[in-house]
Design a protein around this ligand. Structure first.
Ligand code: SAM
Ligand code: SF4
Ligand code: SF4
Length: 386
């Protein structure tokens, strides 16, 4: 039976203008440090991973991220002057690297839409970790422009890419991206990334119950044995525009169970602390991990909180620092940079912000009633980056 149509009211607040005061106080001894000198937050978590959103625009309208009815021709995106320049991004990134960041992921919106993104990659790839190593420099993309750009990205110093792909069925994929983009072109982009040496490639599939769960097995079969790691992401309550409901979340445990019935799996150890994905390897006849067949990952941000070792910070397109994907406000670093703050002040501000971090939204949500967080004020994924 069809349910009567009820118009959806979206409490869209423009969180982009709101900012928390940025501490510019001098660096004090109360800032927690681990034995190795690394900065710690209030829950003893170090700062290791920085995600940088380089644009709030996208050529797709995935309904779980930028639904067409909100992100239409009347939507006001950030003006160019509001965006951090490549030089500003690199300056801020350098401060984070000095605080222990080892991995930088460029995201958006669609990062490949940012003009001359290769120039930013060149600048970031010149940075070195505290140990003197190159950064783990990666980018998340919808793949639509990869065929054209993969070689230039590699030449600029990008190490690898994560490509989002929600299914292999062309009709389902076109309806999920909602701009009628064909799946074949994303697959061509993935091949181009592989040929350019942008690996190991990860493939992200957001699973929405009732929309694409029957694409789980075809996707697993398609990427098994290719050296690419397919990761299934639970549909999350990010932002306020996607009308998230708990009953559209397919728990990762069910994804694993489903794949295991056809392609036996064994659980693998996390490869590093703070890793978002739980790893499962394809098993051989003896029940051991078959390295050649490879592995999958599941990211259970809704059903299994992993805030305990979350070491990620996010820099928005206009230079606000967010300490959690579900935060409602960020700290304005752009104003510090544009006020010609000295490096020491910027370093001190970041140290203070991280030292005061207590965020653990997923853990707290687990204690709430289903859907309880759905009306809460939060920034959009396309603004803060995934
Ligand atoms: N446009 C690029 C892309 O799609 O890969 C990068 C930005 S996108 C916001 C980053 C990641 O967030 C993508 O893998 C996307 O599938 C994921 N994402 C967006 N909205 C989501 C949601 N509501 N739940 C789970 N994942 C989501
Ligand atoms: Fe665009 Fe990525 Fe969001 Fe899809 S998930 S609308 S591709 S930013
Ligand atoms: Fe990290 Fe926030 Fe996600 Fe928890 S909810 S894992 S603190 S980003």
């Amino acid at each position: 039976m069809t349910e009567p149509y009820t118009p959806r009211v979206v409490p869209l607040l423009d969180q982009r203008s709101a900012a928390l005061p940025t501490p510019a106080a001098a660096f004090t001894s109360d800032t927690r440090r681990a034995a190795d000198g690394l900065l710690l937050d209030t829950r003893q978590r170090p700062l290791r991973d920085l995600r940088i959103s380089v644009t709030d625009r996208c050529n797709f309208r995935c309904n779980y991220c930028m639904p067409k009815e909100i992100f239409d021709k009347n939507y006001s995106y950030l003006p160019h002057a509001a965006l951090l320049s490549f030089e500003e991004i690199t300056r801020i990134a350098k401060v984070f690297v000095a605080h222990g960041v080892q991995k930088i992921r460029l995201t958006g919106g669609e990062p490949l839409l940012r003009k001359n993104i290769e120039r930013l990659i060149e600048q970031l790839s010149a940075l070195r970790t505290l140990e003197g190593r190159a950064l783990d420099l990666t980018l998340t993309t919808n793949g639509s422009l990869l065929a054209r750009k993969a070689r230039a990205l590699k030449a600029a110093g990008l190490q690898r890419v994560t490509v989002s792909l929600d299914g292999l069925d062309d009709a389902i994929f076109r309806s999920m991206n909602d701009v009628d983009f064909p799946v074949a072109d994303v697959l061509t982009g993935i091949e181009a990334a592989r040929d350019a040496g942008l690996g190991p490639i990860k493939i992200n599939m957001v699973v929405k119950r009732g929309t694409n769960e029957h694409q789980i097995l075809p996707m697993a079969r398609r990427f098994m044995g290719t050296g690419m790691v397919l990761r299934f992401i639970e549909y999350m309550d990010v932002g306020v525009t996607n009308g998230w409901r708990m009953n559209e979340v397919l728990p990762s445990s069910e994804v694993v169970k489903l794949i295991h019935t056809e392609l036996p799996l064994v659980q693998l150890e996390p490869s590093q602390p703070g890793e978002t994905a739980e790893r499962w390897g394809y098993a051989n006849a003896a029940g051991q991990h078959d390295q050649a067949a490879g592995e999958i990952g599941v990211i259970s941000s809704v059903t299994q909180a992993f805030c305990g070792d979350c070491n990620r910070a996010r820099l928005s397109t206009e230079g606000k620092l967010f300490l959690c994907l579900f935060a409602s406000q960020g700290y304005d670093l752009r104003s510090l940079v544009r006020a010609d703050a000295a490096d020491a002040d910027l370093t001190s501000a970041v140290a203070h912000i991280w030292a005061g971090r207590a965020d653990r939204y997923s853990e707290l949500r687990s204690a709430m009633a289903p859907d309880a967080g759905s009306g809460r004020r939060r920034v959009e994924m396309s603004y803060i980056g995934g």
